[in-house]
Design a protein around this ligand. Sequence first.
Ligand code: GAL
Length: 689
Amino acid sequence: MTVATPSHKRTTRLDRFYYGATYYPEHWSVDDRANDAARMAAAGFNIVRMAEFAWDYLEPGEGVYQFDLFDEVSAALGAKGISTMLCTPTATPPRWLTSAHPDVLRVNAEGVPMQHGSRQHVCPSGETFRAYSRAITRAMAEHYVDNPYVVGWQTDNELNCHFSECHCANCQTAFRDYLRRVYEGDIASLNRAWGTTFWAQSYDDFDEIDTPKVARPAYPNPAHQLDYFRFISWNTTRFQHEQVEILREAAPRWFVTHNGTFAHIDYRGPFGRDLDFLGYDVYPFFDHDPTHRPLSQAFNLDHARAWTGNFIVPEQQSGPGGQAPYLHDNPEPGEIRRMAYTSIAHGADSLLFFRWRTCRFGAEEYWCGILDHDNEPRRRYDEVKALGSELSTVGAEVLGTRVLVDIGIAAADVDVYDGHSTMSMGLPSPRQAAEAVHGAFLERGYAVGCVHPSDDLSDLKVYVIPHWALFTPTWLPNLESFVERGGVLVIGALTATRDWHNAVVPETPPGLLAKLAGVRVGEYGRQNAPDIRPLPLRFYPGDAQPLSRHWYEVLDPVPGTHICARWMGRHLRLKAAVTERKVGAGAVFYVGTYLDDALVDALIPFLTKERPDLTQLWPGLPSGVHVVVRQDDAKLLWFVINDGDSAAKVPSLPPGVDLLTGKIVSGRTYMQPYGVMVIKECLARVEQE
Ligand code: GAL
C-alpha cells in the first residue's frame, strides 16, 4: 500500500488508532524498566516506537548484530497487547563506521566535516554509507519478519531536521550526475536555464559545477541554488527508498512511515509516495506565546496534512522540552489533552508521545517525557492515562474520516518554498504567508485547511494562493475548472512572477494568471518594515481601510474586471489595489498586496457575497474556542476545543453525543480550561430533520 495519489483528503487506512509513546529501553536498567509494560498498558497504550538511535546497540561491530534487548522488550509489551513500531537507526551511525569511513561525514559550507557525538552527522550521497544503511535495515527486517508484535516501521528519524545541506566530495559527484540527468547531458540547456551569462558563470561541462555556497563570496545564482535543493530532495528520497524497498520485500503487512516535515524534501513527490502515510512530530511549545500556540499548532497540522493527507503523530510533546540553550514551560493540567485532540481534529489517525520516561543523560537529559527522571508516575502520567481511556472510544470513530475544508490555502510545495528561500527579498515565506491567512480564517470560525494547487479542489468554496512567485502552467487547468464550477479564487501579490528555474517571467505580472484574473500589474514596490509611509487601501462597498504591508502593486484591470479596493495614499491614490473578475460560475480576486489578518477581514464580505454558503462552522463561539469537523459519509465529528486557560461559555452546540462523556449535548455548555468535546452527529438524522 503506497500513497498513489497524495491528497489532503486521503485517510491513513489504518485499522486501529495507535496510542503510545517513543521508548528507549537501551537507556535504562532492568530495574528501571520493570514496571513499564504494566504502566503503559494501564495508560491504554497499544504501541511503542523504538530503536531509531540504537544502531550502536544493534550492530556493536561491523556485521555483528544483537537484537536481544528489543526482542525481550517487544515480547514483554506484546504480552500486554502493545505492538511495536521499529525504526531504522540510521540517524545515528555508530563510531566504528565513522572511524573506518570518515568520508561519510557531512561537510558544511565552510568545508568542516561534522563530528561523531551528536546525530545526523552522516551524508547519504555516497555508496559506502548507503550500503551500511541497507545492511542494517536488511538485518533488522530479516530478524523481525516473523515477530508477531512488530506492526510497522519508521525510516530513519526526521531526515533533514538539523542540517540538510552537505558539500562533501560525494555530494559534488552526485550533484553533477543529478544535473546531467535532469538536463539530459546538455550543458547548453543548463546554461540557458540558469542564466549563466550573468556574472560569467557559463559552464562547458557538468563536472565544472560545484554545490552552491551562500556568501562565497557573494550571492549565488538562485537557479543553481534551487537545483541544489532539488538534488537534496532527490538524494534524501533515494536514501529512504532503499530502506523502504527492503522493508516492503520482507513483509508487505508492515506499514512504513517517516516523521517529517523538514527542509528540502518533496513529501508530495516520490518521498511521500513511498510511504503508507506520513508521520508528523508535534511540538507546540516551540511557540513561546501560549495564546498563539493553539493557532500555530493547528496551522502546522493542516500544513502537514496538505502533503499526502491524514498522518500519524510519531512524537507529540508530553512535557517541557529542553536542550542545552532552553527549557519550555510545563504543560498545564489539561494541556496535554488539549494538544492531543488538536492533533487528532486536524488529521492525526494515531498519536505517540515523546517520550515515555525522561532520560538522565545525553543532549536531551532535560527533554521531559511522561514520567520524570525518578520514574515516578505523576500528573502527566495520570493525564495520559485518562486520555488513553477516552481514545479507546474516540480512536475508532476518527479512523476513515477526513477533515472538512471550505477554504483551502495553497501550501506544501517544496519548489515554491525553496525558490522563495533563494530570493526572498526579505519578504515573508509562502509558508508564513499561508499561516497568516490560515490563522485569520481559523480565528473567525471557518473550516480552513491547506491544499496544494494540483490536489482535488472540488469540495472547496474558496481557494487562496498567498504569494507564490514560482508557478507552473501545469496547475492552471485545475484552477480554471475550480473557478468555472463556482469556486472563488484569491490570488495574492507576486504570484506567478517566476518560472520553474527561478527566473523572472517576461510576461507582465501576474504572468500566466493574468488572463484568469483579468488584471495586469502596472507598478510594484517593496514596503520595508517599519514602513514610515503607511499605505492604506479602501474597500468599496464598505469602509474597511486596512494598511498594506510588505508590498504594493498598482493594478490595471481589463474591461469586465471590477475594482474592489483602491489605494489611499502617496502617488498611488485611487489606483486599483484589489480586483474581482467573474469567471464561469465563480470569481477571481486579485489582491495587490500581502494578505494578512486585516486584509482577510476586509475580504470576507466579498467572498461570502460570491459564496453565501461560506459560513462559520458554528457561529457565536467565544474567542479562543475553536471547532474542527472530521467527517465521513455517515457522520460528522465536531471537535470543540477550548484553547485557553480559562473556562468558556459555548452557545447552542450541534446536537449529538459527546464521545468523551457519553452524554447528549445541546444548548449552552460550559467548557473547562483546555476543555474538549467530540460531538458525534449522525448524518442520517440530519437528513431526517
Ligand atoms: C524531535 C526528535 C526527537 C527528539 C525530540 C525532542 O524532533 O525526533 O528525537 O530529539 O525532537 O528534541
